[in-house]
Design a protein around this ligand. Structure first.
Ligand SMILES: Nc1ncnc2c1ncn2[C@@H]1O[C@H](COP(=O)(O)OP(=O)(O)O)[C@@H](O)[C@H]1O
Ligand SMILES: [Mg+2]
Length: 373
């Protein structure tokens, strides 16, 4: 009897992308590739350049890491379901190179994690790891995400969204609105980014003005948020489709004033505590909130849900939900599952299965109105 485990599946891992998190994505893809069992999977590496060109070839990731992408071939996934698989351009012709069972976007931020790539996957009618269009876009947009959390009675820190055009045209009134959120410190962030790119902790009005300009470079929507004093940063991993499960919660002790880009990827001096030292009731609440948040945005496959805990008041705030969490060597998402009894490689297998299950579920949807006559 042939079982599905005897059949090698073809997985296209996609990395890079048009996002401030391009480099982080390369690190995530490296880790994903390192745990994909070659006995079980054929792997195709697809890189997206900073300007959006799709390239493929043997060791495409290494080529991206080294910045030597010339030997790679332009690749495309077409939005037309009758032309499935990956194509390359050779001599001005589209040539199919492979059928693909599952696409694995190891991309973070804009054009990867925000629903746009997921829209292409939906158009092409292919199986892919992670959340769909809505889950991805709501998870990505910190302002809309908070509104959805508030509607679901999930606690979040007070904030306001301002627009780049408002910052450019009337900075003073933007500053007034921002200062009405709370006393300093305030956190300013681009609404659609991650890895702390463009995030500033502002202790004064001049910090705020600078932070607003900085964040506005990365997005037309900017979030200004009350700073939680000396927050404990708790993260938890969620896995599943319609019945998602949460891992143990973990804690990050940033090696800088806050968990900035440098603290995440440069300094390498942050500490991790798994499981987080929490009371049973706190851990249970964090699990429950994470699963509720995942369901509220129509999450699928995976998400890492991050909380800020005020050590003085004991208040717990849901900070953000990442639909494509980091998979680098220091990343919490796989570490938390490992500590919860699910090793790296099994986690990747499960994510691939969940992608196929979700596709099968989607295929049950009737696309034509069958009117009884
Ligand atoms: N309201 C806040 N109060 C205190 N610290 C914050 C707040 N918002 C963000 N931070 C700090 O900034 C980091 C990055 O912010 P976050 O919202 O998680 O953005 P990103 O999506 O870039 O990770 C957090 O991990 C935390 O250290
Ligand atoms: Mg974060």
């Amino acid at each position: 009897m042939t079982t599905s485990t005897n059949t090698k599946r073809t997985i296209a891992v996609i990395f890079g992308g048009r996002s401030g998190e391009h480099e982080v994505s390369l690190m995530s893809a490296r880790s994903v590739l390192s745990v994909l069992d070659p006995a079980r999977y054929n792997v195709i590496e697809v890189g997206i350049t900073h300007t959006g060109t799709w390239l493929t070839g043997q060791n495409a990731l290494a080529a991206f890491e080294q910045g030597i992408t010339e030997p790679l071939l332009p690749a495309s996934l077409l939005p037309d379901p009758s032309k499935p698989g990956l194509f390359v351009w050779r001599a001005d012709k589209h040539e199919k190179i492979a059928g693909v069972d599952v696409y694995f976007p190891a991309l973070h931020g804009t054009y990867g994690e925000d629903g746009t790539l997921q829209g292409l996957f939906e158009m092409a009618d292919v199986a892919y790891v992670g959340a769909g269009v809505i889950g991805s876009s709501v998870g990505m947009e910190k302002g809309v995400f908070k509104d959805v959390m508030i509607a679901n009675h999930i606690p979040v820190v007070e904030s306001v969204v301002v627009l780049r055009s408002e910052i450019e045209q009337d900075l003073e009134s933007v500053i007034r609105r921002a200062e009405s959120v709370s006393a300093y410190p305030l956190f300013v962030k681009p609404a659609n980014l991650g890895s702390s790119v463009g995030v500033t902790k502002c202790r004064s009005r001049s910090d705020l003005a600078e932070g607003l300009m900085e964040a506005a470079q990365y997005d037309r929507r900017v979030l200004v948020e009350r700073g939680v004093p000396n927050p404990r940063e708790i993260e938890i991993s969620v896995l599943g489709n319609d019945n998602p499960q949460a891992s143990l919660p973990g804690e990050i002790i940033p090696g800088a004033d806050f968990y900035s880009y440098d603290a995440k990827y440069v300094l390498d001096n942050s500490e991790f505590c798994i499981p987080a030292a929490l009371s049973e009731a706190q851990a249970a609440l964090i699990k429950e909130l994470a699963v509720r948040a995942f369901k509220a945005i129509d999450g699928c496959g995976m998400a890492r849900v991050d909380f800020l805990l005020d050590p003085k008041t004991g208040e717990i705030f849901l900070n953000e939900l990442n639909t494509i969490p980091g998979f680098t060597k220091i990343s919490m998402y796989p570490k938390l599952w490992e500590a919860s009894g699910l090793p790296y490689a099994s986690l990747i297998d499960r994510l691939i299965e969940l992608a196929l299950e979700r596709k099968a579920e989607r295929d049950r949807t009737v696309r034509q109105y069958r009117r009884d006559v």
